[in-house]
Design a binder for this molecule. Structure first.
Ligand code: SF4
Ligand code: SF4
Length: 492
């Protein structure tokens, strides 16, 4: 664990001054979002809308002009007082610098401008902004909270690189901006470079979600050369032995440290993804330090969502309410300390929540998921719901499935809602929460998410966590191909 001083952090923050020469980092860029008729900054896991004035400022951020020169030019273009412009430009650029999207001076590793291949398509309104592509369910790790289904899809059924490329072009035409190349472990695909090339050609912002253990520097260099934007690296713990025990894989942590270093050396964006549970959360401060040490721009501190393997391992993973609350304090303090150094995404623990999360940004509203065989889902856990059928991109066009597929229509909008959601003011904020959790706890997929305090099941839901978290954790049931039948607890 490193213990950098506040001064060391301050040095790493890019403080905008009149002498700064701002430019986008290798992993951020302006993009014309044609489906929504707007300009956005594409960045790790985000698309920030930019107004015309912001666009005028950013067009001058080439790493050569100083902020003072940018202000002068804008003052002359808009015939406005330079002091007012300087103030507005400074605030805007500092905000972007604190998200680590800007650097001082040009980034010579910045890729060529986006491919415009997608511009020849006819865009359809109302499409998703993100695509989660589970390239394979194969993975050398065996995390007991894995979100893959208990019955994983076999390698023989996986979409080919050409089929993925076709799906990516269809996704771009629907307005998808961000592509998350996930798994299982996406680097287990030998044709990952061809798959990535298809995504870059389609004009998508690419995010590789990886455990990192199969990567070499050369392989990562090739992916960067093709146009990979961002790496999201998962870590199980910063205690090497515990990381091995949780993942069922020996020696993973030192490999991840290497992958993080290579990622930054290549100028790619880096997010550290840290799933939180009772068997690693005492080291949350050290996990944050790890992210700072490897120069990640972002960290996701994500309390486990109890579906699939995690549901089977709930008693082994669920924390006490006090420990959960401590993680909020730790993250709040770290956010304040690390302004401009590390940005945080914090996923709360549902059992101790008051209101539910807007799961997937609302059912069939902003994200679409493709399984390795091309099955199209509104959410990665949707297959846990009974009675839904899922089309595949082998049989039907993605846009048709998104707009008209039975599974997508099932919980889109508000018609499916029952009381108390139906009349609730928050229904446009959280969309009634998570359908999969509602079904898992109440047996009714149309019920209010039990994470909501207005649900009749909320008390029971919270009490279950309190009870399980206060007794010794049972052994892990490790995630394995072949489902629960092949999952022993013998990995040490
Ligand atoms: S959660 Fe663990 S087992 Fe599941 S895909 Fe990720 S690294 Fe592999
Ligand atoms: S009642 Fe439904 S809409 Fe209202 S807060 Fe709870 S889950 Fe959200």
């Amino acid at each position: 664990m490193i213990e950098p001083s506040d001064d060391a952090f301050a040095e790493r923050r890019f403080l905008i001054s009149g002498e700064s020469r701002p430019a986008f980092a290798r992993y951020a860029r302006l993009h014309q979002d044609r489906a929504r008729a707007r300009r956005v900054i594409l960045a790790p896991e985000r698309a920030y809308e930019v107004d015309p004035i912001g666009e005028a400022v950013l067009a001058l951020c080439d790493g050569e002009l100083t902020v003072g020169e940018i202000v002068e030019r804008l003052a002359s273009i808009y015939s406005a007082p330079a002091e007012i412009i300087a103030n507005d430009v400074g605030k805007m650029l500092q905000g972007l610098a604190d998200k680590r999207l800007l650097r001082d001076g040009p980034d010579l590793r910045a890729p060529a401008p986006l491919s415009f291949a997608a511009q020849s398509y006819s865009y359809s309104p109302g499409g998703p902004a993100g695509l989660l592509a589970e390239l394979t369910h194969r993975c050398p790790l065996q995390c007991p909270y894995c979100s893959n289904p208990l019955e994983m899809e076999r390698a023989a059924t996986e979409l080919s690189a050409d089929e993925w490329g076709d799906a990516f072009r269809q996704a771009a035409a629907m307005g998808v901006l961000q592509l998350h190349l996930s798994g299982g472990e996406p680097t287990a695909r030998r044709d990952l470079e061809r798959i990535l090339a298809g995504a870059v050609e389609a004009g998508l912002y690419t995010n590789l979600i990886t455990a990192g253990v199969l990567l070499t520097r050369e392989a990562l260099q090739r992916l960067a050369d093709i146009g990979l934007d961002h790496v999201q690296l998962s870590i199980q713990d910063v205690d090497p032995e515990n990381a091995d025990r949780i993942s069922g894989y020996k020696g993973g942590l030192s490999k991840k440290r290497d992958v993080a270093r290579w990622t930054r050396e290549l100028g790619l964006g880096l997010t550290v993804n840290a799933p939180m549970h009772r068997q690693n959360m005492e080291r949350l401060p050290a996990i944050v330090d790890f992210a700072v040490e490897v120069d990640a721009q972002r960290i996701e501190v994500a309390h486990i969502q109890y579906y699939a393997w995690a549901e089977k391992n709930r008693a082994a993973l669920i924390p006490t309410r006090e420990d959960f609350l401590k993680t909020i304090e730790i993250v709040d303090a770290a956010k304040a300390r690390l302004t401009g150094v590390l940005t945080f995404d914090f996923v709360i623990h549902d059992h101790y929540a008051t209101w539910p999360k807007a799961c997937m940004g609302g059912w069939a509203q902003s994200i679409v998921v493709l399984t390795p065989s091309g099955r199209v889902l509104p959410c990665h856990a949707a297959q846990t719901l009974p009675g839904l059928t899922f089309d595949t991109v082998r049989e039907r066009k993605l846009a048709d499935i998104w707009r008209n597929g039975a599974a997508f229509e099932a919980f889109r909008g508000e018609d499916w809602m029952k009381e108390p959601c139906r009349a609730c003011d928050r229904r446009k904020i959280d969309f009634g929460g998570c359908r999969c959790q509602a079904f898992a706890v109440t047996g009714d997929a149309s019920a209010t998410d039990p994470a909501c305090q207005l649900s009749l099941h909320h008390g029971r839901f919270a009490a279950l966590a309190e009870a399980e978290s206060r007794v010794a954790p049972p052994p892990f049931i490790y995630r394995r191909m072949g489902g629960l039948a092949s999952s022993g607890a013998d990995v040490g």
